[in-house]
Ligand binder design. Structure first.
Ligand SMILES: NC(=O)c1ccc[n+]([C@@H]2O[C@H](COP(=O)([O-])OP(=O)(O)OC[C@H]3O[C@@H](n4cnc5c(N)ncnc54)[C@H](OP(=O)(O)O)[C@@H]3O)[C@@H](O)[C@H]2O)c1
Length: 346
């Protein structure tokens, strides 16, 4: 049955509604009396700071073991100490694992390590970047935002699917939530008119715009995950993409300087919510929303319409096209076979 919403995609995507959400909506926390994650394990990427760290804290409060993935293990240890401070926990309750999304080898090695876990129920993929200037990955040639926010995160999603399928709590679905953004609904996505689409992100853009490109990296994720979700049963693993909203206490704007930095600070002062508030939505996506979140965009703790494009024939076509191109791009990791295996419900 098609999901129904209490708001149209157009209204949700409007700047006015964004302002309303930022200023007047506060997603509620997931309460211990409603959700108990004892005996479960979660992976949280980008967990040494910002929204990822707050997600880890909230999952830990609900009794979940957490694996913080970091590229700098020293910063990971600082985050671990912050999380365990004041709690009496066995050492395996909060672990720090290395993962560098700019390297496919690192992602594959990380997934191999995850196969050694006794249990794995949840993955929240929060690691991401906001590029201020256009630069390209030296290993793949893709623009760096697309490489990290999209290709690396989609590879990790697919590699984690069979592991969660096998190691989740018996009889309950596992959950993967990839962190998205308001900006996915705002990008002009000019590259979408190229055929094929992905190679357009290897070329220098004549109209580089940092916000537009960041939005494109998140829209690519929505296009791919919407299609991927059709191949995975929600009773096995739910796949969602969730928007924390514009949050302070984050280093996402670390590359900004000068006037852009000042504008960011002013906007943040007026509009942002704290990272722990934004993190709540991601925790809802993998707990209270259950199978309803599958293939859906989650915002302010509920399922909401995705970018307007996704409801148009062009969006449906692009979703399939981006999905196929991405599976070809990631074929070195056997992603098609992995999805075929996972799609066989057991
Ligand atoms: N903050 C917002 O207003 C906002 C709004 C909507 C969506 N989001 C999304 O929320 C997610 C978290 O962002 P945030 O605000 O928490 O930003 P943040 O404070 O900058 O955190 C980003 C995390 O990603 C990690 N990361 C970046 N590149 C990586 C790589 N190549 N390999 C592994 N880890 C990498 C960072 O690690 P290092 O510390 O080592 O760099 C950091 O832990 C992102 O996906 C972002 O796009 C944020």
């Amino acid at each position: 049955m098609a999901t129904t919403f209490d708001i149209s995609p157009e209204k949700r995507a409007s700047f006015r509604h964004y302002l309303y959400r930022q200023l007047f909506v506060t997603p509620p926390p997931v309460l211990q009396r409603d959700v108990n994650l004892s005996g479960k394990t979660a992976i949280i990427t980008g967990a040494n700071g910002g929204i990822g760290l707050e997600v880890a804290r909230q999952l830990l409060d609900l009794g979940c073991k957490v694996i913080l993935t970091v590229r700098d293990e020293k910063r990971g240890e600082t985050a671990r100490q912050e999380l365990i401070n004041g709690r009496s926990l066995a050492p395996e309750f909060v672990q720090v694992w290395k993962l560098d999304l700019s390297s496919y080898e690192s992602i594959i090695a990380f997934a191999e390590r995850a196969k050694t876990l006794k249990s794995l129920d949840i993955a929240i993929l929060s690691a991401g970047i906001f590029k201020v200037t256009e630069s390209f990955s030296s290993s793949t040639g893709y623009e760096e935002g697309v490489q990290i926010n999209f290709l690396a995160n989609m590879l990790l999603t697919v590699l984690l699917l069979p592991i969660i399928k096998e190691k989740r709590t018996p009889g309950q679905p596992g959950h993967i939530c990839v962190v998205s953004s308001d900006t996915a609904a705002w990008t002009k996505f000019e590259e979408g008119s190229s055929t094929p689409v992905l190679p357009a992100f290897k070329r220098k853009s004549p109209n580089w715009d940092m916000s537009d490109r960041y939005g494109a990296t998140k829209l690519l994720g929505q296009l791919f995950l919407t299609e991927l979700a059709k191949h995975v049963s929600s009773s096995v693993v739910t796949l969602s993409f969730a928007n924390p909203g514009f949050c302070s206490g984050s280093e996402l704007a670390r590359e900004t300087s000068g006037i852009i930095r000042v504008a960011y600070k002013i906007q943040s002062y007026i509009l942002s919510r704290k990272s722990f508030v934004g993190a709540r939505t991601l925790v809802h996506a993998v707990t209270t929303l259950g199978e309803k979140a599958h293939g859906q965009y989650v915002e302010d703790a509920k399922v909401q319409p995705t970018a307007v494009l996704m409801y148009k024939p062009e969006g449906l076509r692009l979703s399939k096209q981006v999905y196929e191109e991405t599976l070809d791009e990631l074929s070195f990791a056997g992603v098609r076979d992995i999805i075929d295996q996972v799609s066989k419900v057991r």
